[in-house]
Design a protein around this ligand. Structure first.
Ligand SMILES: [Fe+2]
Length: 199
């Protein structure tokens, strides 16, 4: 059943971030990212709002459902759903990203490209509900994300400083560190209806 109060919270976060983007101008600023962090923290503080269609795991691979993209593509909000044991390839983002854990648990394993080629493992973060991880070209942009559970679905809500589904990014071969171009797209043809809220 649709949780209208939950969708109203989602709508409010979108509204707050849009207003701040308008006021801030520079959506790569630390101030804007800090504001987005606060809004994402609020959104993931309660796991009662994500519509079922945007929480559905695929049997073979992870899903990324677009929840909202700013019309000026200054930010996008995505629901990432990992089935048991699923993980991303090693990839980068080319923009800042906040990864907020909603349900289950996941591992974010960072990598750096070594001078002599190849990838060197970096920070290993275990995210539990309420935790937020950060990626950016400046702070460390290469990682893989792994569902920490072999027997349950995990879901995180990501807020990026671009329309992440169309950004030209890279995926990396673990052994050689060689990269190839990657554009993720979105798994969903629809976004949640946050506008038809019942009285
Ligand atoms: Fe990522």
């Amino acid at each position: 059943m649709t949780n209208f109060a939950g969708l109203a919270r989602l709508r409010n976060v979108i509204k707050q971030v849009t207003s701040r983007a308008e006021a801030e101008g520079d959506t790569d600023s630390q101030e804007f990212v800090d504001f987005c962090h606060m809004q994402l923290q609020e959104l993931i503080s309660c796991d009662d709002w994500l519509p079922e269609e945007f929480a559905a795991a695929h049997p073979d691979h992870y899903q990324q459902y677009l929840l909202h993209c700013d019309p000026l593509e200054r930010f996008s909000l995505i629901s990432f759903v990992w089935g048991p044991g699923q993980k991303t390839p090693i990839h980068n983002h080319e923009t800042w990203g906040l990864i907020g854990m909603l349900r289950g648990s996941e591992i974010s394993q960072a990598y750096e490209v070594a001078d002599e080629g190849g990838l060197v493992p970096g920070r290993h973060e275990v995210l539990n509900p309420g935790d937020i991880a950060f990626v950016s070209p400046e702070a460390g942009d290469i990682h893989e994300v792994i569902n920490a559970f072999e027997d349950q679905v995990s879901i995180s809500i990501h807020l990026y400083g671009a329309n992440i589904g169309v950004v030209e990014r890279s995926v990396y071969e673990p052994a050689s560190g060689r990269s190839r171009p990657f554009v993720s797209g979105y798994a969903s043809a629809l976004t949640p209806n946050i506008w038809g809220l019942s009285a």
